[in-house]
Design a protein around this ligand. Structure first.
Ligand code: ADP
Ligand code: ZN
Length: 527
């Protein structure tokens, strides 16, 4: 038996002894293997993928201490409590402790009594702490939520930049392991660069969760949908994410009035109120929780059967993190995104409201457009999602997402597509979706007349449809790659090579139109 196999067998034994799990998940095995091999390692897996075990098991096998850098004080305590309960010696040091308690824990580490020590990144900037750590034997530094080091990520924390200098300040360089659920190329690059990972092994795993049925529903009466769905699934746990506190309060009141055991969670509530909501949800005293995205960091509830997004999140990373809270137990669960064009306006407003440099803004608009493309695609949603994150997947569609189960017939939309593309061309590719839709509708809108677009041959070419329908078709064409929306606050439609093929009559456009009714999803599968 090779040394490597022996190490893995030992790791598996520890997993069984301490955690009671028969086996590693595939991604975990590869990451544990890489760390035991002494390589810097970057593990990208979704929330609930089982990141902690990836460094906790090696921590038990490596000679010295594993220092875990973790951003959330509340999570630290939970993790350490869980480890201690399993008989693994672990501690945390953070601002909630007295000086005496901190000293005790450092002494325990010096005696070699600790395998894992959790600290917040800010701690690494403190001189005396660095000095104390230099006197220890640290085998591994595990960085949790490592995307916080990147300005491209969704929650940049300056103090993460002190991880690399801290590692350099140690007398012997430990293995550095970084973990995150954020898998875009820019963030990955930043993590490698800013954490000074040395020839890291990078693993992207576990985004594909076979038990999650992804749906995007466009053009629904969202409130009605939520009420119906929650009523039809009142015996199941669910999370409803809304963008604003106002929406949270409104939905919460409606659900309560309808006699549904609902709770709520947002930053406008007191700490106690939020803790109570969270607890009630964890212990099934309430079935459904309406929340802003403040809810969920560190929530480990395995039997969440559905996650509904009342409006579109700002990007795919945020979406997958929130939707991924469904079905951690592996049982069939639904992730439903209720989309309306208004959501795009809301997200743009949020980007504009947030002071930041133009590079970042540009990046946020690009990510927003990718999120919008996801909402309009007719491709298999799971595959679209995996492609976005660069995870390899089999060619075949998932069979359970709202695209895969869409039974409406494919309609030949070639003529409509030609009208749209030719109109965009005549408008010199200088306008956005709503203006093009107005012209195709034949609107007497002031701007249309001002530009003289009522003289175009395509003016009114789609007058039998509503402007909303026309916009919808244009957006679908954009998500299918016929058109591109330029970046920025006022995206402009550009024709892509595929559109030229359609205009030349060399390509047919087959689509399902318009969006399917929500009733099927509300009353359907997971019921
Ligand atoms: P993350 O930190 O990636 O969000 P956790 O480490 O909290 O995920 O793990 C998520 C859940 O999966 C936990 O309930 C954990 O106990 C469980 N889990 C992790 N690894 C395994 C495994 N190999 N077998 C079974 N359950 C596992
Ligand atoms: Zn699918």
């Amino acid at each position: 038996m090779s040394v490597e196999t022996m190490k893995l067998e030992r790791a598996q034994q520890l997993l069984q002894t301490y955690y009671g799990y028969p086996d590693f998940r595939e991604g975990q095995k590869r990451i544990v293997h890489s760390l035991l091999d002494g390589s810097d390692t970057l593990g990208i897996m979704p929330t609930g993928g089982g990141k902690s075990i990836c460094y906790q098991i090696p921590a038990l096998m490596l000679p010295g201490l594993t220092l875990v850098v973790s951003p959330l004080i509340s999570l630290m305590k939970d993790q350490v409590d869980a480890l201690t309960a399993m008989g693994i010696s672990a501690a945390y040091i953070n601002s909630t402790l007295s000086g005496k308690e901190v000293n005790e824990r450092i002494r325990a580490a010096k005696r070699g009594d600790l395998k894992l020590l959790y600290v917040a990144p800010e701690r690494l900037e403190v001189d005396w702490f660095r000095d104390e750590m230099s006197a220890l034997s640290i085998s591994c530094v595990a960085v949790d939520e490592a995307h916080c080091v990147s300005q491209w990520g969704h929650d940049f924390r300056t103090s993460y930049l002190s991880v690399a200098p801290f590692v350099h300040s140690l007398p012997e360089r430990p293995i550095v392991a970084a973990f995150t659920a954020t898998a875009t190329p820019e963030v990955t690059e930043d993590m490698v660069r800013l954490l000074h990972l040395e020839q890291p092994e990078v693993f992207v795993t576990g985004l594909s969760r076979d038990n999650l049925a992804m749906s995007v529903l466009r053009g629904e009466n969202k409130r009605e949908f939520v009420m119906k769905y929650a009523e039809a699934h009142s015996h199941q746990s669910g999370i409803i994410y809304a963008a604003t506190r106002k929406d949270v309060d409104d939905l919460y009141e409606r659900l309560r009035s309808a006699g549904i055991a609902a709770g709520r969670y947002h930053a406008g509530m007191t700490d106690d109120e939020r803790a109570a909501s969270q607890e009630a949800f964890l212990y099934d005293d309430i079935r459904v929780i309406v929340a802003t995205n403040a809810f969920g960091m560190g929530i480990d509830k395995s039997n969440v059967r559905y996650v509904i997004h009342f409006s579109m999140p700002k990007n795919m990373e945020a979406y997958i993190q929130e939707a991924g809270r469904a079905g951690r137990d592996g049982e069939p669960s639904q992730c439903i995104l209720l989309f309306s064009a208004q959501d795009i306006i809301t997200q743009k407003f949020l980007i504009e409201q947030n002071p930041q440099d133009s590079d970042r803004k540009h990046n946020e608009y690009r990510k927003l457009q990718q999120m919008v493309d996801y909402c309009y695609t007719t491709r298999c949603l799971r595959n679209a999602m995996l492609d976005y994150f660069g995870e390899e997947h089999p060619d075949k569609p998932c069979g359970i997402c709202s695209s895969c189960t869409d039974e409406r017939e494919l309609v030949d939309m070639t003529i409509d597509a030609q009208k749209i593309f030719s109109c965009i061309h005549r408008m010199r590719e200088r306008f956005g979706v709503s203006m093009v839709a107005s012209v195709l509708k034949g609107s007497r809108n002031k701007k249309v007349l001002q530009y003289g677009f009522d003289d175009l041959s395509t003016y009114g070419a789609m007058s039998s449809r509503t402007e909303k329908e026309i916009s919808e078709i244009i957006n679908v064409m954009a998500s299918e790659g016929y058109l591109m929306l330029s970046e920025g606050q006022y995206p402009v439609l550009k024709l892509q090579p595929l559109a030229a093929d359609v205009l030349k009559g060399q390509r047919k456009v087959m689509q399902r139109m318009p969006a399917k009714g929500a009733a099927e999803v509300a009353n359907g599968r997971s019921g």
